[in-house]
Design a binder for this molecule. Structure first.
Ligand SMILES: Cc1ncc(COP(=O)(O)O)c(C=O)c1O
Length: 426
């Protein structure tokens, strides 16, 4: 076991506390110096196996040589010019590529931002603009970001709203298909999707007239809310309901997209084509860029109606194009293969350790939920950190396994050995 945090880490953490926003959360006292592939090193020289990937951003691992080369080359050529005003080849190339790889017809258009929240904000504005309908629906437990619009959709933790109201009006939250803790106390499939029925027969008849609803925003697998996977058939049924009332489906793939679940986009697991897709995190291996991809006929706002100075920055665009090439060349397939093995092994631990209540996931987006709330989960995450494994919590009592997609069997074995050792002793 390491002695953590080391001397240098302690010094930096002291200054971190003094000078940086108190809103940042520090799951454990970890001060990073560098990363390489599946590993990160702290400033004291300790080495950690990374199963968090910088909150699912470092899709190709840390400092993948091809990403580094691409960034270096672009940085020597052109760093910034503002895609809102001037076009350049990698801006258009990336838009064209995203149109090709997102679900649905090839008649789509792309808006670039810098963060997940910015992609969601763009979607909210475009929904209002395109449909002229004022209301939106989102899910309890969802996380869509922390800017005012995105925060108004988000219903994950009270602290994210506390002191910030009033929020954007006209947003109704409904229960997510969280079968492990069903809001209706029913079981799938005999529930017959009571949670969808509730939207039509309760929500639409009481608080939220459907012809005023522009869109429903959904994460195909809830991320921050606990890595919650809806049951098969849910999204098909939901889309039928939305189509019946002319409501758009905005698919927030910020965390689940870019190959993480073993398909380029998680919604593809259920064969549903969204009207808009929000993308960020894993798109550029950790470089800050996001995108909103929509059906072309929806994106008819006037020149100047919406833009972002840095959105689609050239260095980020080339990093995204190289990331997508690496994903297509094998990393999406690897996420599927390694994810299957990891999921099976974690399910095996569930039958051995009764403190685990549920294990669920697709590809390398896997959640382990503990029977008891909070404290046990936090202890496990901390003790794994002390043994050199970086994990992150999600929801109130779950741990997410979201490693880089370059993960190999040896990394899984190593991580599981540490995780089980901690479980055994907790
Ligand atoms: C599904 C989802 N949407 C949006 C966001 C917001 O992204 P960002 O933090 O880049 O603004 C996140 C971040 O975790 C997310 O998981």
């Amino acid at each position: 076991m390491f002695k953590l945090p080391g001397q240098k880490s302690q010094e930096i953490l002291k200054r971190d506390k003094k000078y940086t926003s108190s809103s940042y959360f520090r799951e454990y006292p970890f001060v990073v110096e560098k990363g390489k592939g599946m590993y990160i090193f702290d400033v004291d020289g300790n080495k950690f196996l990374d199963f968090g990937a910088g909150f699912a951003c470092c899709s190709t691992g840390h400092c993948h040589p091809e990403i580094v080369r691409t960034i270096e080359k672009q940085a020597k050529t052109l760093i910034h010019i503002d895609g809102a005003v001037f076009s350049y080849p990698c801006f258009v190339n990336l838009a064209e590529k995203l149109v090709e790889i997102t679900p649905g017809s090839k008649s789509k258009k792309v808006f670039f931002g810098n963060s997940g929240a910015e992609a969601v904000e763009a979607a909210m504005k475009l929904v209002r603009h395109a449909t002229k309908r004022p209301r939106m629906i989102a899910f309890y437990n969802s996380f869509h970001g922390r800017t005012y619009g995105a925060m108004s959709l988000t219903a994950s933790k009270a602290v994210q709203r506390d002191g910030f109201t009033p929020l954007v009006p006209g947003i109704t939250h409904v229960p997510y298909p969280y079968c492990y803790k069903c809001s209706f106390n029913l079981s799938y499939p005999s529930c017959n999707f009571a949670c969808i029925d509730y939207i039509e027969n309760e929500i639409f008849h009481t608080t939220t007239p459907p012809d005023e609803v522009g869109a429903l925003f959904a994460e195909p697998i809830q991320g921050e809310g606990g890595y919650i996977v809806p049951p098969d058939g849910y999204f098909k049924e939901l889309k039928k309901l939305l189509d019946k009332y002319g409501i758009l489906f905005v698919d927030d793939e910020v965390q689940s997209g870019m190959g993480r679940t073993g398909k380029m986009f998680a919604i593809e697991h259920w064969g549903v084509v969204p009207d808009m897709v929000c993308i960020a995190k894993g798109i550029a291996s950790g470089m800050p860029i996001s995108a909103l991809v929509t059906r072309a006929e929806l994106m008819k706002w006037k020149s100047g109606a919406h833009a972002s100075t840095f959105g689609g920055n050239p260095v980020c665009c080339v990093a995204a194009l190289t990331t997508i090439r690496l994903l297509e060349k094998g990393l999406v397939e690897n996420a599927k293969k390694q994810g299957k093995h990891l999921l099976k092994a974690l399910k095996g631990l569930m039958s051995k350790y009764p403190i685990i209540g549920d294990v669920r996931g697709k590809g390398l987006m896997i959640g382990v939920e503990f029977v008891k709330d909070g404290e046990v989960r936090d202890k496990i995450v901390y003790q794994c950190f002390e043994k050199g494994l970086l994990l992150l919590g999600c929801g109130t009592n779950s741990i997410r396994f979201s490693p880089p997609l370059i993960l190999e069997r040896e990394h899984i074995d190593k991580a599981l050995a540490i995780f089980e050792d901690v479980l055994r002793k907790i």
